[in-house]
Ligand binder design. Structure first.
Ligand code: AMP
Ligand code: GLY
Length: 417
């Protein structure tokens, strides 16, 4: 099988690594890719926001499958253009990707599908915004309707702060506050059938102890020893299957990765958000644990053949990933500094996210620069390997969280295997 992977982040690096492990893979191409992905794939430096350039590349390479990593090309209709050209594609259409692109659309789909989520109001005027805040009460949760790269959501007890954030967007979703731990649970769908992956947990705040601003994600781990034993089954039943059925009933089937961001509240599972693609950095811990051959699986999803696919198989090992972020991230990341010490990371794997090679030297180019991932018999063992490896990496001003998977690694095991 020949595969073209679209994207250039840590998620795509983990995808490339996992695709390579599938014996059916003959050729792997990536556009635009990054210096880490170059170890697994032939890179093509094209603008992936230009759909016709990607279609032309896929045709020229005669690939059997295109896998789209990031949300932007999805919302931009890349999957539609590829399918129109007869190319099997893993990634939802522009309309189906609106589950991520519009919080209001996601709420309407969940409502129609009977999927449990926070009670909410979609508001376009100042008086609607004020009324919604007062109807739901503090803590206030205000979300800008469009794609916002993790910066569109404010959770606050201060009504004025909530209103000021709401006024910044012409359309906002104001919703009930959900307490309880957050879990990311992904489903792989062919539009009709959906297979749930194991749960992972992401750390969204920049600083230890869940302090500081929201980010794209500072680390992740899987499995979750503390989670209810039936979390996968319940999420499939209450969230993933009804959402896929609703999208199909609307004639806009969702083919790709449906990311459910969940809150496990005292009243049960609630969806906080949907994304239309693999999460980053959750993918960096999930794919190294997935034993099912990935290229075959994603091809089955892209061609409507998941019904006959066997259940996903998982390694018993635990995985932890920690993101190394640039100085100033997420506000104003500093870029262009040399990165050293990544060769010495024993037992750990480096996934590149914001790197480039300049004059033969690896440099930082983005806020989340790379992530360090390790597997271990336990979360504690994986943590030890990751933190030894990340301590050897040098990048001026860089920071990372020290408490990724810390609480889970010492939590009593409630899960039955
Ligand atoms: P989102 O972009 O919707 O994932 O929101 C970003 C983060 O804001 C989430 O990971 C949560 O930590 C927080 N958040 C979003 N919605 C809620 C809610 N209804 N209740 C509590 N926290 C929320
Ligand atoms: N880990 C959060 C995201 O991928 O959006």
């Amino acid at each position: 099988m020949k595969v073209l992977l679209i994207g250039s982040g840590g998620r795509e690096h983990a995808l490339a690594q996992a695709l390579r492990r599938d014996p059916v893979l003959e050729e792997l191409h990536a556009a635009p890719g990054n210096p880490g992905i170059a170890d697994f794939a032939t890179l093509h430096a094209i603008d992936v926001d230009n759909n016709s350039l990607v279609v032309a590349l896929a045709q020229e390479l005669a690939v059997d499958l295109v896998v789209i990593g990031p949300e932007k090309p999805l919302v931009n209709g890349l999957a539609d253009s590829l399918r129109k050209a007869g190319i099997a594609t893993f990634g939802p259409s522009a309309i189906a990707a609106t589950l991520e692109g519009s919080k209001d659309f996601a709420k309407r789909v969940m409502h129609d599908a009977g999927v449990p989520t926070a009670r909410s109001f979609t508001c376009t005027t100042k008086s609607e915004m004020e009324a919604a805040l007062d109807a739901l009460g503090a803590p206030y949760v205000v979300k800008h309707d469009g794609l916002a790269a993790g910066k569109g959501v404010v959770v606050t007890n201060d009504r004025q702060v909530a209103l000021d954030h709401a006024y910044l967007s012409p359309r906002v979703v104001i919703e009930e506050f959900l307490d309880g731990p957050e879990v990311s649970l992904f489903g792989i769908s062919d539009g009709t059938t959906i297979l749930a992956m194991e749960p992972a947990q992401d750390f969204k705040r920049a600083l230890d102890g869940d302090l500081g601003p929201n980010t794209g994600g500072m680390g992740a781990y899987s499995p979750l020893p503390w989670a209810p034993a039936d979390i996968v089954e319940q999420t499939l039943l209450q969230v993933l299957k009804p959402t896929i059925a609703e999208m199909k009933a609307r004639d806009t089937p969702f083919v790709g990765l449906l990311y459910a961001g969940l809150a496990l509240t005292s009243r049960g599972i609630r969806v906080i958000e949907f994304n239309a693609r693999f999460g980053d950095p959750e993918t960096q811990v999930l794919l190294p644990r997935l034993q099912t051959p990935l290229a075959t699986l994603l091809y089955q999803a892209a061609t409507g053949a998941l019904k006959s696919a066997p259940a996903l198989e998982w390694s018993e090992e635990a995985a932890v990933t920690v993101v190394l972020a640039a100085e100033g991230y997420p506000m104003g990341p500093r870029v262009g500094d040399p990165i050293t010490g990544i060769g010495s990371a024993e037992g750990a794997f480096i996934h590149h996210a914001g790197t480039a090679i300049k004059d033969g030297v690896l440099h930082s180019t983005g806020g989340r620069v790379l992530s360090v991932t390790a597997l271990g018999q336990t979360l504690a063992a994986a943590r030890t390997t990751v933190y030894e490896a990340i301590a050897k990496i040098t990048l001026r001003g860089a920071h990372y969280r020290h408490d990724i998977a810390l609480a889970a690694s010492t939590a009593p095991k409630v899960r039955e295997n």
